[in-house]
Write a protein that binds this ligand. Structure first.
Ligand code: PMP
Ligand code: GLU
Length: 376
């Protein structure tokens, strides 16, 4: 039999998903495993959002929708961006996608030509590099500052004549760091000077703890060359709904829409009505979840420090990024084997020597996990 795609064979599975699958298998076998491996809110989607989706189903919103998303949702997203993110966008500059992940992938397909380079700043989320490579581009990794997790002048060293895109992610998965306005200005300067497009993944924008979230597209001249990616999974606890979006110049959105038309067609029609309710309804639910995450953040960072672990600045998202002595993959395996606590090794984020602990789980689980970690 002939071989399968070498391009896909060369891509590693998603570590975040694989480890969480392994933890689920252990739980099915009756092992009392605590999974701090996946980044998924433990809350259910707020009731008014679920009701709006159920109403849509009852009304018969079960047909194909426009391929870039229902007009109501695109208008709500354009209005949200103007209201909250400090830049203007028309509904034609919005595309609704099957989760933020799909927006990232479609953006890569829309922009990259073979051998184009994409700068990815490490530690970086597990799916950026695979999305670039599936789309035929090449990744150039560059480290963020190891103490502050900010961007410094050294990023210029990663720019070549083939650089087409830079990916920024703030608040960051996995570090929990929030990029300062100065860091984003540096990115903006480089993009303008070298004609580079930025992909700004802002899916954790609502989950900040004292830090200010700044949208890259709000910086002078950047709306024209930024693809802002966002979604409903984290802020509204809607991971299973698979609704995300991108806001970008129309020439890029048009290219993304072609990818969408020929692959997934569009996100699920009735789910998009839930997303409209999320944006237009009372935002109290977002603040409630954010403040609970903050409480957990305060607890876990303190508990880790008490155990002698240093963490990256945990100013946003719901991850504590923990420095470890030794082989992170081995340590993660040992924690899982010996005390049944699942975490993700930093190697998966291109930074060996760290572990990512997701605190999107109950206080009770976090306390128990910290007790167990204290024992190994
Ligand atoms: N970007 C980052 C940084 C993430 O952590 C995630 C989590 N899955 C995504 C994008 C994709 O989110 P979604 O569920 O909307 O596809
Ligand atoms: N983004 C989350 C994580 O990093 C969910 C899993 C995934 O899509 O990677 O754990």
């Amino acid at each position: 039999m002939r071989g399968l795609s070498e391009k896909i064979a060369g891509i590693v599975p998603s570590a975040t998903i694989e480890i969480s699958n392994a933890a689920k298998r252990m739980a099915q076998e009756g092992i009392d495993v605590i999974s701090l491996s996946i980044g998924e809110p433990d809350f259910d989607t707020p009731g008014h959002i679920r009701d709006a989706c159920i109403d849509a189903l009852r009304r018969g919103e079960t047909h194909y929708a426009p391929s870039s998303g229902i007009p109501e949702l695109k208008e709500a997203i354009a209005a949200k961006v103007a209201r909250e993110n400090g830049f203007a966008a028309a509904p034609e500059e919005v595309i609704v996608t099957c989760g933020a992940k799909d927006a990232i992938y479609e953006a890569m397909e829309a922009v990259l030509n073979p051998a184009d380079e994409v700068i990815v700043l490490d530690p970086s989320w597990v799916s950026y590099e695979p999305c670039v490579r599936i789309a035929g581009g090449e990744v150039r990794h560059h480290p963020l500052d190891g103490e502050t997790f900010q961007i410094d002048d050294s990023v210029l060293e990663a720019v070549t004549t083939r650089t087409r895109m830079i990916v920024v992610n703030s608040p960051s998965n996995p570090s929990g760091g929030v990029l300062s306005r100065e860091s984003l200005r540096l990115v903006a300067d480089i993009c303008r000077d070298h004609d580079i497009i930025a992909l700004s993944d802002e899916i954790y924008e609502k989950l900040v703890y004292g830090a200010e979230h700044v949208s890259l597209a709000s910086i002078d001249g950047m709306a024209d060359r930024t693809i802002t990616v966002n979604g409903f999974s984290k802020a509204y606890a809607m991971t299973g709904w698979r609704i995300g979006y991108a806001v970008a110049p129309q020439r890029i959105v048009r290219q993304m829409e072609k990818v969408q038309q020929h692959t997934v067609s569009h996100p699920t029609t009735f789910a998009m009505y839930g997303a409209v309710a999320a944006l237009s309804g009372d935002q109290g639910c977002v603040e409630q979840m954010r403040s609970e995450f903050e409480r957990r953040r305060d607890y876990i960072v303190g508990a880790l420090r008490d155990l002698g672990y240093a963490t990256a600045p945990a100013d946003g998202a719901f991850y504590a990024y923990v420095r470890v002595d030794g082989d992170d993959i081995e340590i993660a395996r040992r924690w899982l084997r010996e005390v049944h606590v699942a975490v993700t090794p930093g190697t998966a984020f291109h930074t060996p020597g760290w572990l990512r602990i997701s605190y999107a789980t109950s206080m009770e689980h976090l306390r128990e996990a910290m007790d167990r970690i204290g024992r190994v």
